[in-house]
Structures are given as structure tokens and as C-alpha cells.
Design a protein around this ligand. Structure first.
Ligand code: FES
Length: 256
């Protein structure tokens, strides 16, 4: 069990009415792309810390993108520079473990819906460093004024002032890629898994679940898979899509 560390807030910026960007000093283990932390303000009225994916990690800071959803998130949104929060992590598996066996000649698609872009950002920086070819699709309801730090995502908005209007899934062509890596809402992932399966393109997804312990002990984050129940926090949160979405006997995951 990893210990909680009291960390100082170094940035807290509202990106939109719905999303804020917050950064903490972090001198512990550096997270790999796709991993998450449990976070809770030092002074909080909630018992459980929130699981939040790392958007990016610099030498001594961790940055997170968080939606104003729930009391825990609201409390985090109110932290000012210098105020502290408890963090534990990095937790969960990483996207990189799914790169094994994928030819470096094959182009990769990253597809993020809403805050689903957050765990993909670190992966995009990693792929860039590795010189791997990839396209980064980012879907929002309205555009998010994010500093993309040199990435050039293909941004699609439902209501924004852009010609790329619609759902991000409208623009993805799985047959053009060696593997699709996706994170977002369950319905979005289901659509992507279905189109990848139709084209025979491997698909890897990061799942979102409510969590308590974050380390595989409480079974509160169980996900039904073809291999039985698996823990989102410690077996995941990243899984092959066929494990989650191709369980044909389950009504909620039926693809037909
Ligand atoms: S949150 Fe406890 S097992 Fe995953």
C-alpha cells in the first residue's frame, strides 16, 4: 500500500466553466503515461480521495485536468497556490505495456473524449519522444483552451465554432492505424471498440470507475470482462477492448 504524501499546489487554473487544471509539487516516483493518483485536499469533508489520471509529469510537478463534478472535485478546484493536498500514486497500469509487439512502422491513433484526453497526453509526449507516428483525436462539447505543449491534436467539437463539428468517433478511421488507444465515456469507447473490431484493428481502452482503495484490495472498482471480474485500479485502468466490449452475452456490452 502506497502512503499518502502531502503536496503543495503550484497552479490551479479554470480552463472552462467545467474543467480546471491543477498542479502539485511531486518528488516521488515518476508516473508512466496512463497512470493515476488518488487525490484529496488536506482539509476535506469527503472521506474518499478522487482517482485522477496524470495529464503530464514534469521533473517535480504533476498536472491534472479535473471536471467540476462532486464535492471532492469542487474542494480541489478551490485550492490556492501553497495550499496542500494528499496524493498517493502512481497507480494502475500504463499505455506503454500495450506497445509491445506493435511494429514501429504502424501508425497509432489516440482518441480522447472530454477529459479522456488527460491520460492520453503523457502517452502522446512519449510517442513523440520515441519518434512513433500517431494521430491524436480530441473530442469536446466546446473547445478546451488547453496548452497542448507542442502536440497538434485533431480537435472535434459538438457545439464549438470549428469546421470539425460532430463526435470524435465520426472522424476516426480505424483501418488506417495499427492500434487505436482510447479514453472517454463508456458509450464512446463502445462505438470505437465496435468500429475497430469491424476493421480488425486492435483497440486498447482506459476505463473510468469509482474507486476506494485504489490498490486492488476493496473490489469496489470491478469491471466485467471476458476473463471474469477484474479490478480497474490494479488490473487496469487500461484493458484490451476485446476483454471489455466483446463479451457478447452481456446486454450492456453487446456490439451487434
Ligand atoms: S478501488 Fe479498491 S479494488 Fe479497486
Amino acid at each position: 500500500m502506497k502512503q499518502y504524501t502531502l503536496c503543495e499546489t503550484v497552479e490551479n487554473t479554470a480552463l472552462s466553466g467545467k474543467i480546471f487544471q491543477i498542479a502539485f509539487v511531486w518528488k516521488g516516483e515518476k508516473p508512466q503515461a496512463g497512470q493515476f493518483f488518488l487525490i484529496k485536499p488536506k482539509v476535506s469533508s469527503v472521506f474518499l480521495a478522487r482517482p485522477i489520471s496524470v495529464a503530464w509529469a514534469d521533473a517535480e510537478t504533476l498536472t491534472f485536468l479535473i471536471a467540476h463534478k462532486g464535492i471532492g472535485a469542487e474542494e480541489l478546484s478551490l485550492l490556492r497556490e501553497g495550499e496542500k493536498a494528499y496524493l498517493t500514486g502512481p497507480l494502475g497500469n500504463s499505455w506503454s505495456s500495450f506497445l509491445n509487439g506493435l511494429s514501429s512502422a504502424e501508425k497509432i491513433a489516440l482518441v480522447g473524449g472530454g477529459l479522456g484526453i488527460a491520460p492520453l497526453l503523457g502517452f502522446a509526449f512519449l510517442l513523440k519522444d520515441l519518434g512513433r507516428a500517431f494521430d491524436f483525436f480530441a473530442g469536446f462539447q466546446t473547445a478546451l483552451p488547453l496548452d497542448w505543449r507542442g502536440l497538434e491534436p485533431f480537435v472535434v467539437t459538438e457545439y464549438g465554432a470549428t469546421d470539425r463539428k460532430g463526435l470524435v468517433t465520426d472522424f476516426l478511421r480505424p483501418e488506417q492505424y495499427g492500434t487505436v488507444f482510447a479514453c472517454g465515456s463508456f458509450p464512446m469507447l463502445k462505438v470505437i471498440a465496435k468500429s475497430c473490431r469491424a476493421q480488425g484493428t486492435p483497440c486498447v481502452v482506459s476505463m473510468e470507475k469509482r474507486m476506494a482503495c485504489g490498490v486492488g484490495a476493496c473490489l469496489g472498482c470491478a469491471v466485467e470482462t471476458v476473463n471474469g471480474y477484474r479490478r480497474c485500479c490494479s488490473d487496469g485502468p487500461i484493458f484490451r477492448a476485446e476483454e471489455i466490449f466483446y463479451v457478447e452475452q452481456l446486454n450492456y456490452t453487446k456490439l451487434a
